[in-house]
Design a protein around this ligand. Structure first.
Ligand code: CDP
Length: 216
């Protein structure tokens, strides 16, 4: 008996995974969870409570009281919130506190799309469709820089590239659920693709996974 059709979309910052996840959700009529928002919310909540991102107890306490409506806060979209998120995400107890929220979302019968860093490896290791979306750090920095400019954040390209490199090292080097492709994930390098091309390529990967899933 097949479980729900879950699409796991993992990858580093500004690889295009969020847009790809949103387009897949539209194409298949599935709800989408941007799991990065959970870590961003924990970082911002802890900061507002005067706590430091390095304080695992305080961050785990913030994670334990997180509600779905907290994820709509525009403050979670800033560069600073992304940095805080990657600092709180190293704590095993924060990750443990956010696990059931993500797995409950993924258990919806109609299926779902989740994007993050450890969806295919830890949150939904049995997901029938897994993508790991990448792009070079330079391309990702260019995309993120443009996005931040559109949001009105004045920041230089070199600073954004430095952020991306620090985040890659922290997310890939941590002990708790490090960012890496699941053994059965399909790698999608979007460095030379427009977002439309990347979304089409992702759709083809999911179609193939869906056909396998329908047969099983
Ligand atoms: O949009 P961007 O890729 O910059 O960031 P995000 O997806 O919102 O994630 C922010 C940070 O949260 C990442 O750098 C990770 O440290 C952490 N994160 C994680 O550890 N696990 C996830 N499933 C999602 C995000």
């Amino acid at each position: 008996m097949n479980g729900p059709f879950v699409i796991a979309v993992d990858g580093p910052a500004a690889s295009g995974k969020g847009t790809i996840a949103a387009r897949l959700g539209q194409a298949y009529g599935l709800p989408v969870l941007d799991t990065g928002l959970l870590y961003r919310a924990v970082g911002v909540m802890a900061q507002r409570a005067g706590q430091d991102a390095s304080d695992e107890d305080a961050c785990a306490a913030a994670a334990a009281v997180l509600r779905a409506e907290d994820l709509a806060d525009p403050a979670l979209r800033t560069r600073e919130a992304g940095e805080l998120a990657s600092r709180v995400a190293v704590h095993p107890r924060v990750r443990a506190a956010l696990l059931s929220f993500q797995q409950t979302f993924a258990s919806q019968e109609q299926g779902s799309v989740l994007d993050g860093r450890d969806i295919g490896t830890v949150i939904c290791p049995d997901a029938p469709a897994k993508l790991f979306v990448t792009a070079t750090p330079e391309v990702r920095a260019e995309r993120r820089w443009k996005q931040l400019q559109e949001q009105g954040e004045a920041v230089g390209y070199d600073d954004v590239l430095a952020d991306i490199r620090i985040r890659d090292a922290r997310d890939g080097g941590r002990d708790a659920a490090p960012m890496r492709p699941a053994p059965d994930a399909v790698l999608l390098d979007t460095s030379r693709m427009t977002i439309g091309e990347a979304a089409d390529a992702a759709r083809r990967i999911v179609e193939a996974a869906r056909a396998r899933w329908d047969r099983s």
